[in-house]
Structures are given as structure tokens and as C-alpha cells.
Design a protein around this ligand. Structure first.
Ligand SMILES: [Zn+2]
Length: 480
């Protein structure tokens, strides 16, 4: 009790301490209105690990420049990415050659502008705004404006405050340098997902101190590793928010249905698809991608197509977040999750995290998730209907990637290994091609008689399209 009291006194967080710590840090680091830093490094793709629970796969950042104007709460991030050679494992939209990204935010507005046209990025605005306050100078400014408190911590003084809905902590060392910031972002799979950034190897750039090593982790694994080579204080960033960005809103969820066979529907209308299969006494949903909003739309469509039959099973192809983000919704609705054995412990663990930033359907009506897991194959057969789920051997996109096959209807449902391309679409690159070739070979070895492919991205195609892509591109890729 006595010690507790003493500790309480020593370590109590006070606004007064914070103020003096922030003032001396501001002096030590150099006050700036805006900053521009450049370098190169690696870009980790959140939620696209090769192994469930493993590190995010990385692409190489050939060049990187970020300009931030703190007063107008604006930032511009420019980077040129390349996929590493040899071909890496894991997910993340494949591309050929170089990919240029230009990500902007100004106040509440966010957009991307890699070319001439501004593409609204409404959903990214909050995170991009938060990222401004997670930089060393941005942290000090936001802390001073938001009645921060301070306490002793590992490696210095930990200063804490709340900016909007985000709680932000930062560590300031004895030299007055911001060495670490942390906050949390809402994620459909990881809940309140930690965003931790470490700043090391500070150098003096014309009177302004800036770290030359930046590592940002989201969900415990790096999303950005940057070696900073150049820093300019007070460089100009006058962003004009384009009219189409000002007018943009998050588009409503759109779910369309296409009948593939009796009691089998392809549910599309967005970036990710699902397939609904009717059994005599219940229905089965193959894949619940993205998030709660998409899942609710898909569920509503199922209720229209198969009224009065519950969704008894949700089949999940793999643990990538864009294919897993809506699964919790179906758990809340009472569905049992069918997924490969390796995924279960990751799902159990991830779904335990608190969800205070954006409580989803399952957080609001908690239910214990039930699973049916399998190693290589699972057969769901009932009342004359059959669905076979196979782990794809040797898949390079995800270590336990599964495909779904309806033997009677000769329909293949697969994610990410083959995505039919629109005519004249740019080449998706060697990694995509490798996945398609592997899928084609596996299907032949598994002796699956496929007539129709219902892919979980893009549109339904005859099997010949996969055959064509797998063989045509082999020659063009090997000719390079
Ligand atoms: Zn994937």
C-alpha cells in the first residue's frame, strides 16, 4: 500500500511535466512548419502474409518522398515500388515493372493521384491524418495542442494524448528526440490494431534533427522500413483539394447475383465475390470478404435468394485480410467456419483483440466461433448436393490456400491464383503468372473436371480462359 502510494506519486502523469518535456524536445529537434524527407526501403503489405500470423510480405521501395505541412494538416507521400526478384511468396496485388503511388491528404480529404486524375480515397483519410501526428515533429505539435500527459517509461518520457478518436503515445529520450510513437487503427481482422513507429539514427539536417531509420509496424509486423537520405525543413506543400475528391463519399455496398446452376449463385458487384450454395435445409456461403459492411450486403442478398434457410457454413479460402474481413459477421449470424486447419489458431488469436475503435457485428453480439477444419480435403455432402474443399498443394500466394469445387456442376471457386483480366488490362506481372500456372498444374494433378470458374475477384469464365492464360503467358514471360 505504502509503496503503491509512493509509486503513484513518482509516476503520476501530469500535464505540467508533459509541457516542459515537449518544449525542450521541440527546441532540441528544431521547430518546423513543414518537412520533406526522402529515402528508400521496403513496403510491407498488411494482411497478406504467406503464413497465417506471419510477417507481411514486402515489396521494394526504389524511391520515397513524403512532404507534410503541419499547419494545414496536409501530406503527400510519393513512392515507386518494385516486386523483389526472385518472386516472393504471399499476397498483395501483383504488378509488372514499377508501380508509382501518390497518396495525399488535406484535412478530412484523401485521394490518390499517381497520374493526372485524382482518385478519391475517402476511407484512407483518417489513417493519413493520423500518420501526420505519428511523425516526430507532428507528434510534438499534436501533443502540445491536446493537453498531453507524461510519465517515465522505457527509454525516456512517455507522452500521451488523444487526437480525435485516436489515443497516441510517444517516447522522448533524454536528448529530446522522439524515438517511438504508437497508436491504434480499426482493422476488420485485428480489431484495435497497434501502429508502432520507431525513429532511430537521428542526424542534423541544417539545424533540424530527423531520424535516418524509420520502421513502422502495423499488427506487429513492418509495413514500412525507410532509410532516410535527405530532409528539408519548411518545404512548400500547397495542396488544392480537387472537386471530385470533395464530393466523394464511400460508395454503398453493391451486391449482384448471377445464377451459375440450380441453387448456386455468384455474388459480385464489388472488388471481391462470394458464392452462395443452397442445400435442402440450409445454405452455404463461400467467402465473406473485406469487412462487416460487405458481409451484411452479401447476407442480405442470400436472404433474398434463399429465404428462410440459415447460412449454416461459411467456407473461407485463406487468411488474407481482404478475404477474411467479413467472416466474423457470419460467425455472429451463427455460421460455422470451414477453413484449413492452420488458420484456426490465427483466427482465434486475432479475433480476441479488443474492438473499441469500430465495434463490429460480432463485438456487439458476441458468440463463440465454431470451426470445421481440415488438412487436405473436406467434403460437405447433404441431400444430393456436394461441395469439396481442397488445400492447393504448393501454392505460393498462401501456404494453406484452399479452392472449392462443386463436382456435379463442375464449378471451381478460387481466390487470387487466377483472376480473369479485362481486355487490354496491363500485365499483372510474373508473380501473378506463376500462381496461375501452379493452379492449372494442380488442377490437372488433382484430376478435377472443371467447366466453369467462379473466381473470387473479377467475373465468371469458362475453364478455357485459365488454360489460355496459363499457357500463353508462359511463353511471353520466358521470352523476357
Ligand atoms: Zn490472397
Amino acid at each position: 500500500m505504502f509503496f503503491g502510494l509512493l509509486l503513484g506519486l513518482c509516476f503520476s502523469a501530469t500535464a505540467q511535466d508533459a509541457k516542459s518535456v515537449l518544449q525542450s524536445a521541440n527546441k532540441a529537434m528544431g521547430d518546423v512548419k513543414s518537412i520533406q524527407y526522402s529515402g528508400s526501403g521496403e513496403f510491407g503489405i498488411l494482411g497478406q502474409a504467406y503464413t497465417p500470423g506471419g510477417a507481411w510480405p514486402v515489396n521494394d521501395i526504389k524511391s520515397y518522398t513524403r512532404t507534410i505541412d503541419y499547419g494545414s494538416k496536409s501530406a503527400k507521400e510519393e513512392m515507386t515500388l518494385v516486386e523483389p526478384t526472385p518472386i516472393r511468396k504471399g499476397g498483395g496485388g501483383p504488378f509488372a515493372g514499377e508501380q508509382k503511388q501518390v497518396n495525399l491528404v488535406s484535412g478530412q480529404y484523401a485521394w490518390n493521384q499517381p497520374g493526372n486524375a485524382a482518385q478519391p480515397a475517402v476511407a484512407a483519410a483518417e489513417e493519413r491524418q493520423l500518420q501526420i501526428w505519428l511523425t516526430p515533429h507532428g507528434f510534438l505539435k499534436a501533443a502540445m495542442e491536446n493537453n498531453a500527459t507524461a510519465k517515465k517509461g522505457n527509454g525516456g518520457t512517455v507522452v500521451s494524448f488523444t487526437e480525435g478518436k485516436f489515443k497516441i503515445n510517444g517516447t522522448i529520450d533524454s536528448a529530446g528526440m522522439v524515438t517511438k510513437t504508437e497508436s491504434w487503427l480499426a482493422n476488420p481482422v485485428l480489431g484495435d490494431m497497434p501502429v508502432e513507429t520507431t525513429y532511430t539514427a537521428y542526424k542534423d539536417f541544417n539545424g533540424v534533427k530527423f531520424p535516418t531509420m524509420i520502421v513502422q509496424k502495423e499488427g506487429g509486423s513492418p509495413v514500412l522500413q525507410l532509410t532516410v537520405s535527405d530532409v528539408h525543413a519548411n518545404s512548400d506543400l500547397a495542396l488544392m483539394v480537387p472537386d471530385n475528391v470533395k464530393a466523394a463519399k464511400i460508395p454503398p455496398v453493391n451486391v449482384t447475383n448471377q445464377k451459375l446452376a440450380d441453387g448456386v449463385w455468384f455474388l459480385a458487384g464489388g472488388t471481391h465475390n462470394s458464392v452462395l450454395v443452397e442445400f435442402p435445409n440450409y445454405a452455404v456461403m463461400i467467402e465473406s470478404p473485406l469487412n462487416d459492411a460487405r458481409a451484411a450486403g452479401v447476407m442480405a442478398e442470400a436472404k433474398k435468394l434463399v429465404p428462410e434457410k440459415p447460412i449454416k457454413y461459411l467456407i473461407n479460402t485463406h487468411a488474407h485480410f481482404d478475404h477474411l474481413g467479413g467472416v466474423r459477421y457470419f460467425v455472429a449470424e451463427g455460421a460455422t467456419v470451414i477453413t484449413q486447419d492452420t488458420n484456426k489458431s490465427f483466427y482465434d488469436q486475432a479475433w480476441k483483440a479488443p474492438r473499441t475503435l469500430e465495434p463490429d457485428h460480432l463485438a456487439q453480439s458476441p458468440k463463440k466461433a465454431t470451426f470445421v477444419t481440415f488438412k487436405d480435403k473436406y467434403v460437405l455432402s447433404d441431400g444430393g448436393r456436394e461441395i469439396d474443399v481442397y488445400r492447393i498443394p504448393g501454392d505460393t500466394h498462401n501456404v494453406v490456400m484452399s479452392l472449392v469445387y462443386l463436382p456435379k456442376e463442375k464449378i471451381l471457386v478460387e481466390a487470387d491464383d487466377f483472376t480473369p483480366a479485362a481486355p487490354n488490362a496491363p500485365s499483372p506481372g510474373p508473380r501473378s503468372h506463376e500462381g496461375t500456372v501452379l493452379l492449372y498444374r494442380d488442377l490437372q494433378q488433382m484430376k478435377l473436371d472443371v467447366a466453369t470458374i467462379a473466381p473470387l475477384h473479377a467475373f465468371v469464365v469458362p475453364f478455357a480462359e485459365l488454360q489460355k492464360t496459363a499457357s500463353t503467358e508462359v511463353s511471353s514471360a520466358s521470352a523476357k
